[in-house]
Design a binder for this molecule. Structure first.
Ligand code: SAM
Ligand code: SF4
Ligand code: F3S
Length: 453
């Protein structure tokens, strides 16, 4: 009894703070790291200054990713200047790309763990605590990672929960570091995913967002993403299903067909096209043409005219001429993307495009501003068109001051309205009164626990 009390006391002393950068897969991983280190007595804290373990889950996708990490370490050093140094762990995609180098360059870092070595995080921390030996572990072992994580409960407990189903990428787009930081494509076993989905549903999830760097490349013993969607939506607690991020080449017929039969799949397809020019797509090694992309678009629109598309765009890719940029603008005009992301091309170490001749920075910036103003206009127009209409909203939480409720439309737009605490997790009907680019504002009409497209 006494020993258990001592252990409990000891456990309470350990607090971990995780700062997460990058994509939703990093967010999922950070939550799973919390679930894992709980087993060795680490409690999650939102207050970084009280942590004795500080973990940075990093992203390597653009710009000075590496420098941002060292800058952040500098900040941590300052915060803890007059306190005991926390255990400092670098995880995520910069950890994978930089590995040993990080320990050499910054002695304040204690452990470096790549995204596919998280199954070893507890042992690595315990080992460090005992022997103070700095370790770098960047082995690609997705099988063990998910085997391990599947044995630990996913305690996300959120109305809208992420669920990683696939990891890594074999496509090697010429601009992208992901195949190097996340390793080869791996699809988690079908039943392992269904078990996690069921657990999340039993513990408060009403929406599941299936994640993967190439989520629609999911293939496990013949089971595809379409099979997962149709099986997950059988869970009565789950009211909405989404998936990100897809590659246009993997929009297979079975996935398109699911939009005919599924009752819970949301009508927003995030399908990054990057550029509207076939010449640029080819030089990016995207493995599809604009005509093929539009073919998918047309098929989905025919199935349900309410389906909308969003995308990522890379502006100023080497070789992008005025005509290529015009092709991108024409594609935007045709598809009318909503909620898209656009970035200026950033040369990444180790990629084919790293050494290509850059176009003038001024031109890239001008093009980015132009494309963003058009994409923002689309967003504003889409939101304005909903004013006066009644839409379905999945209620996620109350607003910070608790005076209103916060939820999301079927197109993922934030909605603020006069909801109540007991609406959380339900779908309610909201009449939209006002809007801006990112948010809809309205008044609740009634509860509705089913999808109306
Ligand atoms: N797998 C997804 C796909 O094929 O579209 C993309 C995943 S990537 C993590 C997210 C986005 O980052 C990409 O869609 C792309 O627009 C952007 N991105 C990737 N590398 C980039 C680079 N070198 N410069 C600028 N943006 C980049
Ligand atoms: Fe990167 Fe291309 Fe793979 Fe997407 S498909 S993760 S952009 S290499
Ligand atoms: Fe960034 Fe790695 Fe995601 S590079 S976007 S955190 S896969």
């Amino acid at each position: 009894m006494k020993m258990q009390q001592d252990l409990d006391k000891l456990k309470k002393k350990n607090k971990i703070f995780i700062k997460t950068f990058g994509c939703q897969m990093n967010e999922y991983d950070s939550n799973r790291i919390y679930d894992s280190v709980k087993k060795i007595g680490y409690e999650k804290t939102e207050k970084y200054e009280e942590a004795n373990c500080y973990l940075l889950n990093t992203c390597h996708i653009r710009d000075k990713a590496k420098e941002k990490v060292y800058h952040e370490i500098g900040r941590v050093k300052k915060i803890f200047r007059s306190k005991k140094k926390p255990l400092v762990i670098i995880a995520g995609c910069v950890a994978q790309a930089e590995n040993q180098e990080m320990l050499k360059r910054e002695p304040y870092i204690d452990l470096v763990i790549g995204p596919q070595a998280y199954h070893k995080i507890n042992d690595t921390i315990l080992n460090y605590t005992k022997k103070k030996k700095k370790i770098e572990d960047t082995e690609f072992d997705a099988v063990s990672k998910f085997k391990y994580l599947s044995k630990i409960k996913n305690e996300a407990g959120k109305v809208s929960s992420f669920l990683t189903i696939q990891e890594g990428c074999d496509k090697f787009c010429h601009f992208c570091v992901v195949p190097f930081t996340r390793g080869p494509e791996y699809s988690r076993p079908f039943n392992q995913i269904l078990d996690e989905a069921k657990y999340l549903a039993d513990n408060g999830a009403s929406e599941l967002i299936l994640l993967g760097q190439n989520v629609n490349a999911y293939d496990n013993q013949g089971y595809r993403l379409s099979d997962l969607i149709l099986n997950i939506e059988k869970l009565s607690e789950i009211k909405r299903v989404r998936y990100i991020t897809s590659h246009p080449k993997d929009m297979t017929e079975d996935l398109i067909e699911v939009y005919k039969t599924s009752k819970k799949l949301m009508p927003l397809v995030h399908l990054p096209v990057q550029s509207g020019s076939n010449k640029i797509l080819k030089s990016m090694n995207r493995k599809h043409t604009i005509e093929e992309y539009l073919n998918t678009f047309n098929k989905l629109k025919e199935i349900n005219a309410k389906i909308e598309f969003s995308s990522d765009f890379i502006i100023g890719y080497p070789g992008e001429e005025d005509q290529d940029f015009k092709d991108t603008l024409n594609l935007i005009e045709r598809v009318k993307f909503i909620n898209s992301y656009s970035f200026v091309f950033s040369p990444r170490p180790g990629t084919v495009a790293e050494n290509l001749k850059l176009i003038e920075k001024k031109t890239s910036i001008e093009r980015l501003e132009k494309i963003q103003s058009i994409l923002f206009e689309n967003q504003i127009r889409m939101n304005k068109s909903l004013e006066g209409k009644v839409i379905n909203v999945l209620v996620e939480n109350l607003t910070v001051n608790k005076s209103k409720a916060f939820g999301r439309s079927e197109y993922m737009t934030s909605v603020i309205f006069n909801g109540k605490k007991n609406d959380i997790g339900k779908i309610v009907q909201v009449r939209i009164k006002d809007s801006n680019r990112n948010t809809l504002f309205g008044e609740v009409i009634t509860n509705l626990d089913q999808k109306v497209a």
